[in-house]
Each structure stands twice: as structure tokens, then as C-alpha cells.
Write a protein that binds this ligand. Structure first.
Ligand code: PEP
Ligand code: MG
Length: 579
């Protein structure tokens, strides 16, 4: 038996034979041809055919309800209409090169342009250009690429898989996926996650002689066992069975309250990036949305989204998920999330730079467009508006003033505006340490533990080299979390956690003990977390009842079964007692 490591994308166990997939390698001649028109015609025919294929894949994904993956193929089809790309290929052919040669060089140059961009999201898009290049070459060489998997269920092993290859995979024949290359931002990884296949990437030891061998992909331990021994087979078969039973059991928790054995209720909300995640919120029975990262609405747009475009996106989420509370965070752009059309200066320390609310308070028109869209959308559900990267009270006051101006303007225009709560992210040590005074300004806090950890421990969250020093349970971070919850409750401000730590099952009991009101996590973590909560008994801890004096314009408690805007504001820990 041999064990080989990779990077896990999706947990789970896959047991079976390996099917090794080798992408075809084409020999492209650099000899010049005389009939330039014939090459351009071949190129055009291939372009039309590949575009048809991509459109068919788009239709298939839409039909099966996977709008996000459908979008990949829609973008691919559009790429094949790109004048710059087509012209650069035609220019190469006009020098006497073949259509194959032009496709290889023209598409490679476009992919290189993406690779050299600073933003990891755009860097990962180079894989899409390469995917289209390969599809064009398949057509020009007349290759059959339909059957990657053979006829038996297998663990598919490949150097890499393009989205168009991944989506063609027959789910009934796919046990798991292992690739030598790939990144966690790649579309193949995104597809694997949305399909929930046990998946490893960057498994550098893949070798041709694995083909047909018996193997076990162990997502939990980020490795694949080739020719596993009997005890390993037995242990991992049992684990696989246990997973199946757990998964079935978790489904039974849908509709059940997230409540500890001794009756403390916590709200389990979902983190989302936009309307495409509405189904995931419903399917995983999230009780609300604790973090809608609105910057994805901006990142997914080629130009600055208009007020109407934003309004439509926010309205769709609010309306579709009503009466759940939907907390939409105002644009948290900057640092790792850069947008070309924003024309932001390059900075030495972008994580400490011009980002999030600092941009919004400087570019008022930009900010007002979003606030107006949010206020208009508030008429369609239960909205929470949340400001990120706060360090000072005056920033919150200025955000609220601009919001009030937008409200006045909209009312004068005759717009309907619903109720909404106002909150801030607590994701800087400054905000955590000033939580008492900040709490006087807002209805809720949401702890952004990803940035709070980065700024408290001076650990760049993007750096792969700091793994050894990064302690997500650092006592300083945990202390700031606890003290923020306590400060919030002193002022009747409810407190949630929307950073990754909220889904860490080893901390759930601590968070509940400290009185957290809400945990907002990726949708797939909701049911496991609910199970975890329901197994906790806090009666062993002495829980002090916090002061609970109501402020003016008190905002409501959001119980899972209550419409947030209509319910009462929590009166501390005991206020969340079930029954
Ligand atoms: C955080 O910082 O914890 C957070 C939730 O925000 P983001 O990860 O988008 O920075
Ligand atoms: Mg953050």
C-alpha cells in the first residue's frame, strides 16, 4: 500500500478502481500553408462548433438547476465572440500558419494575460481560456473527447480537468476526483464542491501506472491510498458507511430548532455571495443569511453595477428568502478583492490600505448607489445592512448619516422603504476593543474572525508560508470574541459570528457559553452545526444574566420561526431561552 498526499477540496471517502485520464497531445506543424482562406474557414467552422457545444452545456446545466456552472459555459461561448481574440488568431493565419497553430498561439497569449493579473480570481480564469483552446484543437483534429470515464464506476485521476470536461462527467460513474494540478479557486474545484464529490487537487505523485489499480480516496486525511491493505480498506469502508448514515440523519434535522439540550437557542445563518446561492440556503435549512458578501455583485460585473442592477440582486435574495433576515454587507472591496473598473492605486500593504468602508466613505456617489439599492430592496423582505472594516465610531456615524440622506431622497421620490437593522463587522482589534461605544450606534455586531485573526496576530490570511504560525484558536482572538459578545450584550446589541471560525465545531460550545446569538457559516455547515448545538448542554456553566435595558428604536430578536423585523430584541442570554 502507498499513500499519496494532495489538497482536499471536498471531504468524503471514495473506494474503487482508478481510471486515469490523459488529455490528448497534439503535434502542431509550424510549416506555412498557401491557402490562407481555407485555414480561416476551418478556424471559423471550429469556432462555431465549439460555441454550439458550450451553448449546449449551458442549456444542460440550466436544465439541471446549476445556474452557477451554467454561467461558466455562457462565458466560454461569449469568449468565442471576442473580437480581439478572433483578430489575433486571424492575424497569425494571415502570415500563412495553420488554424491549429493560430489557435494554440492566439489563445495561449490571452491565457497568459489572465495569468499575469494580480487578482487570483482572474488568474484562475486563464484555465477557462485554455479549456476553450483545447476544445478548438479537439474539433480541428477531429478527436473524440466524449468518453473520459470508461464504463465502470471509478475514481477519476487526471493532470487537470477543464470545466467542460468536468461537466460532461457521468455522475453515476464518478466515485471521486484526483488531479495533479488545479487550485482551490479553479472552476473544477467549484464544480466538485457543488457536486459534493470527494476531491483532491495538487496530488503531485500521480503516475501512469495507477490506471486500473484499486484505491481509496480519503478526503478527510487529504490522501489517496493505492493498493490499500486490508485494515485500511475495512476502516475506510466503515467510515464511508458512517458518512452515509450521518448524511441521512442530518436531513432529519431540517425544520428542527438549533437549540441546546438545556434550551439555549442560537440562530444558524448562511454566508452567501449572491442570488445564485438562494437554493443552498433553502436546501440546508439556514434560518437566515448572516453575510451576503455584496462585493461579489461587483466582482461578477464588467462595469460598476448600476443602482437598478444592484437593487434587482438584493431584491431577489430578500424576496425569495423572506421572512428570513438577510444581512447584506456593503461593498468590501480592496485587499485581495480588486476590481479593474474601480481604478484603485497599487498599495504596499493592501490589507491595511484603502478598502471596504474607507473606499465607500471617500467615494460617496459609489456608496450612495449601493445604499439606495439596499433601501429600495428593504421593501421586499427583512434586511440588515452591515458596514465592514470599521475601526472608529465616527465611521459608523458617517455611514448612518449617508444612509439617512439616501432614505430622505428616496422618500421624496416616492419610493417604498421597509424596516431594516443596522450592524457592523467587528473584524479589527480596534473595533473589538471599542465595542462598548460602537454598540451604542448599531443593532447588531458580526464578528469577522478571518480578518480579526489576521489583524490581531499580524498573519497575512493570503500567505501559504505562515501556516505554522497561524493559530486560529489564538487566545488573543478568542478573548476579543468573548469580550465583543459581552460588550454587545451590555448595550442590547445582538452579536453573531460570520468568519470561518463560526463553523469550527470545536468552538461551538465556547461561543454558546459566551452567549453568541447567531453563527453564520457556509450553507453546507448548517446541518452539522445544528447537530452539534443540539448535543451541547450548557447547564454545567453558570450563566450570568446580562443587563438588558432597551435603547430607543430597539430592534427585534430574530427567532428562527419569527419574522425578525416583527419579533422582540433579545434580552440577553436568558432572552434566548427556548420556551
Ligand atoms: C471576515 O473577515 O471574517 C469576514 C467574514 O469577511 P471576509 O472573509 O469577506 O473578509
Ligand atoms: Mg473581512
Amino acid at each position: 500500500m502507498h499513500a499519496y498526499k494532495g489538497i482536499k477540496i471536498v471531504n468524503g471517502i471514495a473506494i474503487g478502481k482508478i481510471k486515469l485520464y490523459k488529455a490528448p497531445v497534439y503535434e502542431i506543424s509550424d510549416e506555412l500553408v498557401s491557402d490562407i482562406k481555407a485555414e480561416i474557414d476551418r478556424f471559423e467552422a471550429a469556432r462555431v462548433k465549439v460555441q454550439e457545444q458550450q451553448n449546449a452545456l449551458y442549456e444542460k446545466e440550466m436544465k439541471e438547476g446549476r445556474k452557477d456552472t451554467a454561467g461558466i459555459f455562457e462565458a466560454h461561448a461569449m469568449m468565442l465572440d471576442d473580437d480581439d481574440l478572433i483578430d489575433s488568431c486571424k492575424e497569425i493565419m494571415s502570415e500563412g500558419h495553420t488554424a491549429e497553430y493560430a489557435v494554440r498561439d492566439g489563445f495561449e497569449a490571452a491565457a497568459e494575460m489572465f495569468r499575469n493579473m494580480d487578482d487570483p480570481y482572474f488568474q484562475a480564469r486563464s484555465a477557462d481560456v485554455i479549456d476553450i483552446k483545447n476544445s478548438m484543437l479537439d474539433v480541428l483534429f477531429g478527436a473524440d473527447t466524449e468518453n473520459l470515464q470508461g464504463t465502470e464506476p471509478a475514481i477519476l485521476v487526471a493532470d487537470d480537468l477543464a470545466p467542460s470536461e468536468t461537466v460532461k462527467l457521468d455522475k453515476s460513474l464518478l466515485l471521486g476526483l484526483v488531479t495533479r494540478l488545479g487550485s482551490s479557486n479553479s472552476h473544477t474545484a467549484i464544480l466538485a464542491r457543488s457536486m459534493n464529490w470527494p476531491t483532491l487537487i495538487q496530488c503531485t505523485d500521480i503516475s501512469d501506472d495507477w490506471d486500473g489499480k484499486f484505491a481509496i480516496l480519503d478526503g478527510y486525511n487529504s490522501c489517496i491510498y493505492i493498493d490499500p491493505d486490508k485494515p485500511t480498506v475495512e476502516a475506510l469502508t466503515a467510515k464511508q458507511q458512517e458518512d452515509k448514515e450521518k448524511e441521512a440523519k442530518l436531513q432529519e434535522l431540517k425544520g428542527k430548532p438549533s437549540i441546546t439540550k438545556d434550551g439555549y437557542k442560537v440562530r444558524l445563518y448562511a454566508n452567501i455571495g449572491g442570488p445564485k446561492d438562494i437554493n443552498a440556503v433553502r436546501e440546508n435549512d439556514a434560518e437566515g443569511v448572516g453575510l451576503f458578501r455584496s462585493e461579489f455583485v461587483y466582482l461578477n460585473s464588467k462595469t460598476d453595477p448600476t443602482e437598478d442592477e444592484q437593487f434587482e440582486a438584493y431584491k431577489r435574495v430578500l424576496e425569495s428568502l423572506a421572512p428570513r433576515l438577510i444581512i447584506i454587507r456593503t461593498c468590501d472591496i480592496g485587499a485581495d478583492k480588486t476590481i479593474d473598473y474601480m481604478n484603485l492605486d497599487k498599495e504596499e500593504n493592501p490589507a491595511l490600505g484603502f478598502r471596504a468602508v474607507r473606499i465607500c466613505l471617500t467615494r460617496r456617489d459609489f456608496f450612495k448607489r449601493q445604499l439606495r439599492a439596499l433601501l429600495r430592496a428593504s421593501a421586499y423582505g427583512n434586511l440588515g445592512i452591515m458596514f465592514p472594516m470599521i475601526i472608529s465610531r465616527w465611521e459608523v456615524q458617517e455611514c448612518k448619516e449617508i444612509l439617512a440622506t439616501c432614505k430622505k431622497e428616496l422618500e421624496a421620490e416616492g419610493a417604498t422603504i421597509g424596516k431594516y437593522e443596522i450592524g457592523i463587522m467587528i473584524e479589527t482589534p480596534a473595533a473589538a476593543l471599542c465595542a462598548d461605544e460602537l454598540a451604542e450606534e448599531v443593532d447588531f455586531f458580526s464578528l469577522g474572525t478571518n480578518d480579526l485573526t489576521q489583524y490581531t496576530c499580524a498573519i497575512d490570511r493570503q500567505s501559504a508560508n505562515l501556516e505554522r504560525f497561524a493559530d486560529t484558536h489564538h487566545p488573543a482572538v478568542l478573548r476579543l470574541i468573548r469580550e465583543t459578545i459581552e460588550a454587545g450584550h451590555r448595550h442590547n446589541t445582538w452579536v453573531g459570528i460570520c468568519g470561518e471560525l463560526g463553523a469550527d465545531p470545536t468552538l461551538t460550545e465556547e461561543f454558546l457559553k459566551w452567549g453568541v446569538d447567531e453563527l453564520s457559516v457556509n450553507p453546507k455547515s448548517i446541518l452539522p452545526l445544528r447537530e452539534n448545538v443540539r448535543n451541547i448542554d450548557l447547564s454545567k456553566y453558570k450563566i450570568p444574566e446580562p443587563k438588558a435595558e432597551a435603547k430607543e428604536e430597539v430592534k427585534p430578536e430574530v427567532k428562527p420561526e419569527a419574522k425578525p423585523a416583527e419579533a422582540e430584541k433579545p434580552k440577553g442570554l436568558l432572552g434566548r431561552l427556548f420556551g
